[in-house]
Design a protein around this ligand. Sequence first.
Ligand SMILES: COc1cc2c(cc1NS(C)(=O)=O)=CC1=C(NCc3c(C)cccc3C)N=NC=21
Length: 268
Amino acid sequence: SEKWEINPSELTFMKELGSGQFGVVRLGKWRAQHKVAIKTIREGSMYEEDFIEEAKVMMRLCHPKLVQLYGVCFQQRPLLIVAEFMENGCLLNFLRQRARGLTEAWLLSMCQDVCEGMEYLEAHSFIHRDLAARNCLVNEQSMVKVSDFGMTRYVLDNQYTSSSGAKFPVKWSPPEVLHYSKYSSKSDVWSFGVVMWEIYSEGRTPFENRSNLDVVNDITRGIRLYRPHRASQPLYAIMYRCWHERPQGRPTFSELLEEIRKLAENPD
Ligand SMILES: COc1cc2c(cc1NS(C)(=O)=O)=CC1=C(NCc3c(C)cccc3C)N=NC=21
């Protein structure tokens, strides 16, 4: 069998962790001792053959701030995807549950973690396409890692994939994606600015009381998210630059990481 194939008989399933657009995620054990997360792909939710092909590429994306893909069980259905287990679950729930307990330094370190993972994807010309706090995970050491990179390409439900679909991430998308589906690392940078806003808003929903259609109009007219209460002016300036209307006007993840590291060294 290929390196990226996992033998399902070497997996034991444990408690259910949650569910997403592809189906249920469970905690499991691989070869009886390694804790893993196992995603069981619901029939008819994914372009499975295309994903199995792409899994080889995704397996080679290894970085401490990316949730590591371990392998796929594809000799039977349902398809199983096995990846790194993240004890503290998704970042969005983490922010909402921990809210007040998170210090400024902690909020900044979470932005830095996501930025490091995204800088690696940028360097490997890999576009995430759905970066959001709901698609970041937190491990036992409270380190944040980017997950589900590139997975939207395999979603069958066109409510997610069409920019007019009810489930499309309009509030995390730049104008060129909303109007022309033009994805790039610079569209990921726009989404990263919204993740920074989610982190400093302790898990609030961006444009909370606006419909997706309103947000498309607001964004196109130059309206942007307000400064979150816990964000300093210099920090807000960083996220604001991610929302430049033109992709080439936005910083790269490398430039963002440099600015975040400078703020981390001299906070005030
Ligand atoms: C502890 O709680 C959790 C832990 C995890 C979790 C959800 C929760 N709970 S919740 C819903 O946030 O409340 C999802 C994963 C996960 N996904 C890895 C993975 C990716 C990224 C891509 C393809 C396949 C797989 C398996 N690894 N660890 C957890």
